[in-house]
Design a protein around this ligand. Structure first.
Ligand SMILES: Nc1ncnc2c1ncn2[C@@H]1O[C@H](COP(=O)(O)OP(=O)(O)OP(=O)(O)O)[C@@H](O)[C@H]1O
Ligand SMILES: O=C(O)[C@H](O)COP(=O)(O)O
Length: 412
């Protein structure tokens, strides 16, 4: 038996068994060529997949969100993974139904199948996740649970999502944490439980909802001493503090977050409660004009705040220099475009030079770390973005909760 409150792969023998493996290979996709721009997440599954080489293995995963440019089929991911692993992977362009049943019924020991993007099906994300009866009555769970002996969940990057393919098999049979989950949890616990101060979080990128929600836990539970905000996350806090950041930047947040007003309220409360712990940029590089602007100037309505400016970079560097533990999730700006990548590069450079414990996570953040050559300086590169910050915040994590409950149900 292992030391975790959930099953791990040490607890079972998968020889000739039919195994469901849920992974997270959600990756940055080039919107024009549809190519996978960074294969870090795909690479992180070699240990789990190799260990399952004597099973009949069926892999599920998601990519993107409906409506976004990166909401694509997993056909390319299956080819990519097949090349990386040097194993044949049969791709089925469906998540369940007769084509899946037939393909699984013909599997032999050592075969691997990958199914279609779980998010092509509304039952994956758009049901009431507070009611498990609804989850276990989805077509996804009813159809797939007929096929498997074991359910391995190794999608660390998505542990904060209570989605059907992640938690839906809780009562169907043993649900087991994969090798990546074990590795992530043991490494991240070193940061979470370290008493070396100051501890800082650097939150950027575009997914502001996760960033604001976890910030409260970080401060309330004293998990970090300061949070430095860049990217769209910074913009949200700037709006909440009464700054006018221009129509285009406000619309960006409104269009991507139905709960815009609630997020602004949450950010405002945090600013009132923890004013000296919230560190915001005060100058920016504009897109498209590429001008450097401070917030004393008016932000033109047609410009994006596409990167943090030079004063902000220096201000952030001071905090990084003093820190004993640092983690970063989310780039400081639109790092994919050279002209707006300086903030992200400079911040990653300063982190790389620090002797603090350094953790990085998030699909785009990892892509930036790799692209600018900083990977070798990091103590740990997590595959999680939102998952990483949720895990470190100490809040309850739906997939980990489901794994724990499952062990109580199926343990001896
Ligand atoms: N100020 C900004 N305005 C608009 N987009 C921005 C801004 N700053 C960063 N971005 C965009 O945010 C995206 C990255 O954000 P995201 O939150 O997805 O990062 P991540 O957490 O590393 O990745 P993931 O969530 O995919 O794991 C990039 O495409 C970047 O161009
Ligand atoms: O990239 C991620 O953070 C995970 O794959 C979860 O994706 P999501 O934020 O679209 O749910």
């Amino acid at each position: 038996m292992n030391n975790y409150p959930f099953f791990t792969m040490d607890d079972f023998d998968f020889d000739n068994k039919c195994v469901y493996l849920r992974i997270d290979i959600n990756s940055p996709i080039n919107p024009i060529t549809q190519e996978i721009m960074d294969d870090s997440r795909l690479n992180s599954y070699s240990e789990t997949i190799n260990e399952l080489s004597d099973s009949k293995l069926v892999i599920t995963a998601h990519q993107g969100r409906p409506g976004d440019d990166d909401f694509t089929s997993l056909k390319y991911h299956s080819r990519y993974l097949s090349k990386l692993m040097g194993r044949e992977i049969l791709f089925i362009d469906s998540l369940f139904g007769s084509s899946v049943d037939y393909a699984v019924s013909r599997m032999k020991k050592g075969d691997i199948i990958m199914l279609e993007n779980t998010r092509f099906y509304s039952e994956e994300v758009s049901i009431n996740f507070n009611n498990f009866n609804i989850i276990e009555n989805t077509h996804i769970v009813k159809n797939l649970s007929k096929l498997f002996d074991y359910y391995i969940i190794d999608a660390f990057g998505a542990v904060h999502r209570p989605h059907t393919s992640l938690i839906g098999f809780k009562k169907s049979g043993p649900m087991i944490a994969g090798r990546l989950m074990e590795r992530e949890i043991s490494m991240l616990d070193k940061f979470k439980y370290s008493n070396q101060r100051p501890k800082i979080a650097i939150l950027g990128g575009s997914k502001v909802s996760d960033a604001v929600k976890v910030s409260r836990s970080f401060f309330e539970k004293g998990i970090v001493d300061y949070i430095l905000y860049g990217g769209v996350a910074a913009n949200l806090f700037l709006i909440a503090s009464g700054k006018n950041i221009g129509k285009r930047n406000i619309d960006f947040i409104k269009n991507n977050n139905k709960n815009y007003l609630e997020l602004i309220d949450m950010a405002r409360n945090l600013i009132e409660k923890y004013p000296e712990k919230i560190i915001l940029p005060d100058d920016f590089i504009l897109n498209p004009s590429q001008k450097n602007i401070t917030l004393k100037d008016n932000v033109p309505d047609n410009e994006l705040l596409a990167d943090i400016g030079f004063n902000s970079i220096e201000k952030f560097k001071d905090y990084i220099k003093r820190a004993k533990n640092i983690f970063i999730n989310g780039p400081m700006g639109m790092y994919e475009i050279n002209e707006y990548s300086i903030g992200t590069r400079e911040i990653l450079d300063e982190i790389s030079n620090s002797s603090a414990m350094k953790i990085v996570g998030g699909g785009h953040t990892i892509s930036a770390v790799n692209r600018f050559g900083f990977r070798k300086y990091m103590d740990y590169v997590s595959t999680g973005g939102g998952a990483l910050i949720n895990y470190l915040s100490g809040d309850s994590i739906p997939v980990i909760d489901a794994l724990i409950e499952n062990k109580k149900m199926f343990g001896d």
